[in-house]
Structure formats: C-alpha cells, structure tokens
Design a protein around this ligand. Sequence first.
Ligand code: UDP
Length: 462
Amino acid sequence: MDSPHVVILPFPAQGHIKPMLMLAELLSQAGFTISFVNNEQSHRRLDQAAFRRRCPGIEFLSIPDGLPPDHPRTGPSTVDLFFSTNTVSKPIFKNLIASMSRPPPACIISDGIMSFAIDVAADLGIPAITFRTFSATCTWTYFHLQKLIQEGEIPVLQGSDEDMDKLISCIPGLENIMRRRDLPQICRLDPENPILKFYVTESSKMTKASALILNTFEELEAPAISHLRTIFPAVYAIGPLQTASKSSAASYNSSSLLQIDQSCLSWLDSQPSRSVLYVSFGSVIVLNRDQFMEFWFGLVNSEKSFLWAIRPDMIWDENGPSKVPEELIMGATERGRIVGWAPQEDVLAHDAVAGFLTHSGWNSTLESISVGKPMICWPVIADQQVNSRCVSEMWKVGMDMKDICDRSTVEKLVRDLMEGRREDIMKSTVEIAGLAQDSVREGGSSDRNIKKLIEDIKLLHS
Ligand code: UDP
C-alpha cells in the first residue's frame, strides 16, 4: 500500500508554522507524504529547498489568506488574519484538497485556530485532527472562556493589585494558581469584542476534531492533559517538538520566516560561561518607545551582558515601526549586543547564556525549558499570561514580571536570575529539563505518543 498522505495547515504566523513543520518532519521521517499548506507570504519566505533536501516527502503548497498583498501580517495586524483566513481561505482550501494529485489524505491536521479546516474535512469525508500550538494548561483555560464570561470574570478590568490577584475558581485544576491577571490577555476585552468571540468559537469548533495534538509533554502538564482527554477522544502530547524531531540547527533554522543573523553565536563564543542574558519578545508583539527604554536601561543598569533580538518592526511609536536609537547602540559597550533575528535555539543552548528574558510565547518557553535556561517573563498577549504563571508558580523555572514595565524591576530581576536567586531556580530548571529530554527518548512519554499518533494515522489510511 502507498504511504499515508497527510495535509497540514498552520495558522500563518511563525509560532504556529514552526512546530507544525517539525511535526511534518517527524511524519515524513515515518514514511508519510505531507502536503504542507501555507499562506502565500509564508510560503515564499520559508527555506523550502532545505526541507525538501532532508524530507523529500514534504510538498509545500499555498493558498491566499484573504488580506491584500501589502497588508502587514505581523505585530498588531496578526489578528486581521483570524477573520480573513476564515472567510477567504476556506473555499480555496477545500478546492485545493479536492483537486490534489496525491492520494486522498488519510487526515487533515489543522491549527487549533483554523477550524474552518475541520468543516472542510467533514464536507470531504476526511478525518480531522487539531493541533493547538499553546500549552495544555492554556488550551484548557481557553475552553473556559464562555464560563468565565458567564461568571462575570470577563472582562478583567485592570484594577487594584488586590482585584487582579484574586484567584479564579471556575477552571478545574487551576483553582489555586490562576489569578485574574493570569488569564489570557483576551479576557481583558469586552465579551462582545470580535477577537474574544473568535476564540470562543474556535475553541468550541476544535472539539469536532477526532484528536488533539499538543507540543508539550506529559510530565510537565499531566493534570491539564488529562482534563483535555475528557473533551477529545485522543490527545497526543508530543513535545518538546524541537527535541523530539531531533532537529539539527539546519532544520529549525529553515523553519524561520525571518532572516537569521548567525553572527551572535561567535560573539557568544567569546563570552564567559553563564554570563549573558538572552532577550527576545518573539515574532508578534511590539513595544512602545517608553517600554523599550525601560527594558534597555534595566538591562544596562544590571551590569550584566545581554543579547537582544530586536525585529525591525518591534519598536513602535506614533508613526509606526521605529529603530533602536543610534546613541544607545553606540553606548551599548561590549556588554550589549543586538541582532534583528537570532538563531534562538542555538543561542539558548549556548554555554554563555545564563537565562532568558522572554514574552513567554509557548515555543520560546518550551525551548528554554528543554535546555534548562531559567526565565524572566514579561507576557503581553494571547497565551503568554498563562505561560508566565506556570513558569513562575507551577514549574518554578523563572520569575514573572507581568503588568510591570520599569527599569528598576528589570534590573532587580536580572540580578536575581543571574545571581541572587539563581541556585534556587536552577534546581527545578535542571530537573524539568531532564524530564523534557527523557520524554522524547526512546520509550519516553512523547516518543510513545508520537508512535501512537503515527500508528493511528496509518489505521485511518488503511
Ligand atoms: N525566534 C527565533 N529568533 C528570534 C526570536 C524568536 O528563531 O530572534 C523563534 C523562537 O525560537 C520561537 C519562535 O520564534 O520558536 C517564536 O515563537 P513563540 O511561540 O515563542 O512566540 P510568538 O512569536 O508566537 O509570539
């Protein structure tokens, strides 16, 4: 019999495309043929040739995302894709699958926020599996948005610390940990806000899929994973994917949509062991000039070395994206190094790096956990508020500075992470990194779940 054919559809953003590409690579290594469907912009920017050399079974295809070609697709404009993909991409995606020259797909694996693909799969009689690129804890939280609205917990109005620190009681398993301020950022919106409504709808449509894939591992999030098993007939926790797919640097670098600046690695080579703080706020969020200045001076005043990945569209003022002020770069001395886009996984694994100041995107969090680097978390949007709470209070692998952005806090937390509280935090950080690595070893939980996923897809094919 021919090999199973699987269609994979990520949401068109870096943090979604990368883990889904790693899954594609794993399935391809198992002998599957893969049709990987991007929007046209990501399709052009991916290093497809590099993937094809390693995994000839992956074919890259593209569909329009519904936005005009010159419409921005990162930063605050990312949300425009929520609505345009749903309306414009859906019929085109259906036609694409119906007219494929490859054998009919054994299943469609679609992003948890591209649930129109589940409708398409149902129309075409193809099984659908949903891949949520968030943590299990956050995925579980999103399933309670409607309940949070009913209980009056949404909108979270930014009030006194006492108000914001009140525990949330309506999410089973998280009663003693989740405060109002730790709810996903969309919970700060009005219940009628279209973005909040989008997530409520997507979460409910996701449950029509026959299975859920998560980039996490059982040992890290057992309680949330078992709660999710009450919603989905099958849940496959197969992460950390970058470790599971035994990705070489070439592999995860070719999943990057932005040009990687490798030069920072030789700079890191010249730095003492565990002396540098890596700073990155991911591919989407933006900082206003005041926020940027607070971080900058906090870092400089800490007197620690830092490597900061600053995308060209990361700092915004009233006129749009703005550059790092020249005088700051000139005065940064040898202690501060800036790159536009870093080879993040190599950086985090580098011996010179002591820790990570992060926006707590799920990929970044898991990448840091996997190589045992403790974090300072400054969450802004989406799942980041939940992740930072897990990092600081559940797993104790970092510190959370949510809702605060001032230079003295940055300076203090950097010193705490690099010196004062380091020994304490490193105990759990090292322990959890070990669990992450064990999970993807032969016989580990994620390894078993990946094998089960592969076997289950083969059954769909037969
Ligand atoms: N990343 C990178 N270089 C950078 C910054 C980020 O390669 O300079 C990668 C990082 O390794 C991660 C992804 O971009 O895999 C960001 O995903 P995440 O979920 O952390 O955040 P998002 O970008 O979705 O907010």
